[in-house]
Ligand binder design. Structure first.
Ligand code: SF4
Length: 286
């Protein structure tokens, strides 16, 4: 396996996504921002948002000093608006708890709003260069296939995945190692069509050696996005980015099949802290 890891390192030096702007910084706030943006969104869509956000709010103090509604406006088009709320709350918490200095310590990051186990480990490793196990979906899939010999990580316990991942962690430069696995999962060991011929782990991969048991079937057609509650809630927040609206106006901004659920959508958004009552209607918070 040591040889395979050396080949992985070489592959990463040649083929890794070094040009991503958040790869060139060790600022934990900038890395945290990239990780939150990447949680549900593809890299190429995130890049311009990350650059704009960093230019506008280059520090937690700058973000915390702006109204939450501004953060939600800046988020327009990225989807999953709760992430803007979490980022703003995290910035406020960093100012209050850490005097504005974003931590690179895993436990301190984990205690921030919107930071799960993965995000905390990613900030510690990618910004603080801490030797720690990091597993986003891409890394988890590669580990499941290459070391355990199963098609996907979903059936594996977190402990089993961690054991597999920690066994491969090098003593030095765990950052490059984790980024290499991440890029391999994103570019080569993709969910449905892994390019094993181009993979530096092909000679030792347990899943390949076993003949690809449980290989995933072709993707089913997705539910049209416009019919989902997520689409409707996003539309409502979009309308409120332009200013306060009455409930009837928000109903009018949605396709007819959502009309009967506007109250429910608004209640959910209000519970999340993304919208608030404003007189007879609704507005972004603050
Ligand atoms: S050999 Fe194929 S299945 Fe195994 S890690 Fe590489 S791309 Fe994934």
């Amino acid at each position: 396996m040591r040889e395979a890891m050396a080949e992985l390192g070489e592959w990463y030096r040649e083929r890794g996504r070094h040009e991503l702007p958040w790869r060139g910084t060790r600022d934990p706030y900038a890395v945290f921002l990239s990780e939150v943006m990447l949680q549900q969104t593809q890299v190429e869509r995130v890049r311009p948002y990350w650059e704009r956000w960093m230019a506008r709010w280059p520090s937690p103090a700058a973000l915390a000093g702006s109204p939450l509604a501004e953060a939600i406006r800046e988020w327009a088009g990225l989807g999953y608006n709760r992430r803007a709320l979490h980022l703003h709350r995290a910035a406020v918490a960093v100012v209050e708890r850490h005097d504005g200095a974003f931590p690179a310590n895993e436990a301190a990051v984990r205690a921030l709003p919107g930071a799960g186990e993965y995000t905390a480990a990613a900030v510690a490793c990618f910004a603080g260069e801490v030797r720690t196990f990091v597993a986003d979906t891409n890394i988890a899939r590669v580990l499941a296939r290459a070391t355990v010999g199963v098609a996907a990580h979903r059936g594996l316990s977190r402990g089993a995945l961690r054991t597999a991942g920690e066994a491969l962690l090098p003593d030095a430069d765990a950052r490059s190692h984790n980024l290499a696995l991440m890029d391999l999962g994103a570019l080569v060991c993709t969910p449905r069509t892994p390019a094993c011929d181009a993979c530096p782990l092909a000679r030792t991969c347990a899943w390949k050696a076993a003949g690809y048991p449980g290989a995933p079937p072709p993707a089913k057609p997705a539910t049209p996005f416009e019919t989902t509650a997520r689409f409707a809630r996003g539309r409502i927040v979009d309308a409120l980015r332009r200013g306060p609206r009455l409930e009837a106006e928000l109903r009018g901004a949605l396709p007819p099949e959502h009309a009967s659920r506007v109250e429910e959508y608004l209640a959910a958004l209000a519970r999340d802290g993304l919208v608030a009552r404003a007189g007879e209607g609704w507005a972004l918070p603050g």
